[in-house]
Design a protein. Structure first.
Length: 625
């Protein structure tokens, strides 16, 4: 047996295993590989010279033919600067524990940017708050004590009034008793006089009885006369006994009245003593109220002082938070987390970019011609903003013989970075409102004629039998949509140029300035023309107007055949941009109409915006908008 046969006999299982693996791999590659992927052999055999992207649309920046102020301007290099520079500084000593922003981050006013670890301040703030709470409680207790003392004072004053009434009553009783004593003292002498009188009459009556008795016995008087004398004596004797009894009663009344006087005097003395005690209690209560009030005032002042100290400690503790005073962009991290800082040390730098200052140096010859309020334009990376000169610096630099002017504008957004180079166009002569386009839109042909690339709706090429191909296998060609027979991907149009194309339109130009050129004929208001990305255009070329940045288009055409018509670079002026063209028209013709999205469009009557087809709205006569 040959050596080959021996090898096959020994290795037959291994050979069969290799064949099986090869067949399994081939099956897996054909049935399970991702759609559109190529095998190694296909990739090696692919003709790379045939790899061409399907013909698409040129991305272009555009502008619109509108009425603008044109003429009498000069352009000077300028610099975009932030309206304000803000240094975020540490207000307390401590350790930077956290910084949540980085250079380039946008921040808003009051935003927390970082924290400083200052435990002593936090502990002092907490202690101050506890002390303030205790002081407030003590002050409240003193107020309660004042209320209690005031209630005691009110009760004492009420007792004084009651005691005064009792003293007055006792005085009245004493006065009555004294009156009774006086009456009784006057009655006794009268009664005694009556007794004396009756005793004298009694003596006389007894003498008459004795005398009549003797006469009767002798028969000189009648019995009737004798009896009359006896009756008279008995009457006088009865009157005497009555007078003596009245005297006894008067003496008893005097004794009683004198007793009542003593009792009433004792009552008066007791009431006066009690009244004096009550008045002393009132004075003591008033003193206690005053003392309590003074203590309450002192405790209140102490509580206020403790609260103020706690508030100050809380304020100092709040200084551990680093916050932005104004909105803007973080430009520098001066220190990093974990770095100890002292009060007053800069931690972050922020530039406020909601508004921008554009500064340029103008030659001395323009002094007096360019003033605050003069019309101006600012150009940055192909973008133009209408504005006014906001300030003129009142001095000329000795070396360059230039003076500085400044225009403050709202930040238009992308591309207007602080520190960027810009151009400031200032108007030094009378301008005229003319139909105009950006200077970049006007081209010069080889024969010296002027033309623009006019953008309009409509396919550049409309072929019902459009050819479709595969982006991975351009050698595949099919009339109409389908699937690539190699990679199974969807076929795409070989010519996917969209629904917008350009036309070469000859124009007649008039006056111009550094930004715009007057179009005397060839365009009408609202026509869209190219200003960027149009170097390789040709009549009928498909274009896609896109927003244009400083480094080219900010987005590329989709190439899907969808309508790509938009307004390109013609964006609505942002807030804060001046509109010098409106007020003169308003004064001449009264009510004007404008587009909410394109305020540069101004018409004398209602209608449609020539750019976005929106309904025009009346302008505000007072604001000119």
């Amino acid at each position: 047996m040959s050596s080959v046969g021996q090898f096959l006999k020994k290795q037959w299982f291994s050979i069969l295993l290799l064949v099986g693996v090869a067949l399994g791999v081939s099956w897996a590659v054909k049935t399970m590989r991702p759609r559109g992927s190529m095998s190694v052999i296909e990739a090696q055999s692919m003709d790379m010279t045939a790899m061409k992207a399907p013909t698409g649309a040129f991305p272009v920046g555009t502008d619109y033919a509108l009425e603008r102020l044109v003429g009498g301007s000069s352009v000077f290099p300028a610099t975009v600067q932030a309206l304000n520079d803000e240094d975020v500084v540490a207000r307390v000593d401590g350790l930077v524990s956290k910084l949540s922003v980085y250079p380039g981050d946008k921040v808003r006013p009051g935003q927390l940017l970082g924290t400083i670890d200052a435990k002593e301040l936090n502990e002092k703030s907490a202690a101050g708050q506890l002390g303030a709470s205790a002081a407030r409680l003590k002050a409240s207790a003193m107020q309660s004590m004042v209320a209690q003392e005031q209630a005691a004072l009110a009760r004492a004053k009420s007792d004084v009034k009651t005691t005064e009434a009792k003293a007055q009553q006792a005085s009245a009783m004493l006065k009555t008793a004294n009156a009774r004593v006086s009456v009784a003292q006057k009655e006794i002498p009268r009664m005694q006089a009556m007794i004396d009188e009756q005793e004298a009459e009694l003596i006389l009556a007894e003498e008459n009885v004795t005398r009549y008795k003797a006469l009767y016995d002798k028969g000189f008087v009648s019995k009737q006369q004798y009896d009359e004398a006896v009756r008279t004596r008995d009457t006088v004797r009865s009157k005497l006994r009555g007078a003596e009894s009245a005297k006894q009663q008067a003496e008893a009344a005097l004794s009683t009245a004198q007793t009542e006087v003593l009792t009433a005097q004792a009552g008066v003395d007791a009431a006066n003593s009690e009244l004096a005690a009550m008045r002393s209690s009132v004075r003591e209560a008033e003193a206690r109220v005053k003392t309590a009030r003074d203590q309450a005032v002192a405790e209140g002042a102490s509580a206020n002082a403790m609260s103020a100290e706690a508030a100050a400690s809380g304020t100092m503790a709040s200084y551990t938070q680093l916050r932005a005073v104004s909105g803007g962009v973080v430009t520098e991290r001066v220190v990093s987390p974990g770095t100890p800082v002292m009060a007053g040390q800069v931690v972050l730098k922020i530039k406020s970019d909601s508004k921008l200052r554009v500064q340029a140096d103008l030659p001395q010859s323009l002094a007096g011609k360019v003033i605050a309020g003069s019309s101006a334009r600012v150009k940055v990376n192909g973008q133009v903003v209408e504005t006014k000169i906001s300030s003129v610096f009142p001095f000329v630099e000795g070396g360059s013989r230039t003076f500085r002017v400044e225009a403050v504008i709202d930040n238009p957004g992308t591309g207007w970075d602080v520190g960027s180079y810009s151009e400031l166009e200032v108007f030094t002569q009378t301008q005229a409102r003319r139909l105009s386009v950006r200077n970049e839109a006007v081209k010069t042909a080889s024969d010296g004629t002027r033309f623009v690339w006019l953008v309009h709706e409509g396919k550049a090429q409309d072929d019902p039998n459009a050819e479709y191909t595969c982006t991975m296998h351009p050698q595949v060609s099919n009339k109409g949509p389908g699937i690539c027979p190699i990679c199974k991907m969807d076929l795409v149009p070989r010519d996917a140029r969209g629904d917008t194309s350009v036309e070469r339109r000859a124009v007649t130009v008039g006056i111009s300035d550094a930004s715009y050129t007057e179009i005397v004929s060839g365009l009408k208001k609202g026509d869209q023309v190219t200003v960027q990305g149009d170097d390789e255009l040709f009549p009928g070329a498909a274009v896609n107007p896109v927003k244009w940045g400083k480094d080219g288009p900010e987005e590329m055409p989709s190439g899907t055949g969808e309508s790509s018509h938009n307004h390109g670079s013609a964006e609505p002026p942002r807030s804060g941009e001046s509109k010098p063209s409106r007020k003169p028209e308003m004064q001449q013709t009264g009510v004007k109409y404008t587009c909410p999205m394109h305020p540069e469009v101004i018409e004398d009557k209602p209608g449609k915006c020539p750019i976005c087809k929106m309904d025009l709205v009346p302008m505000d006569e007072e604001s000119g908008e």
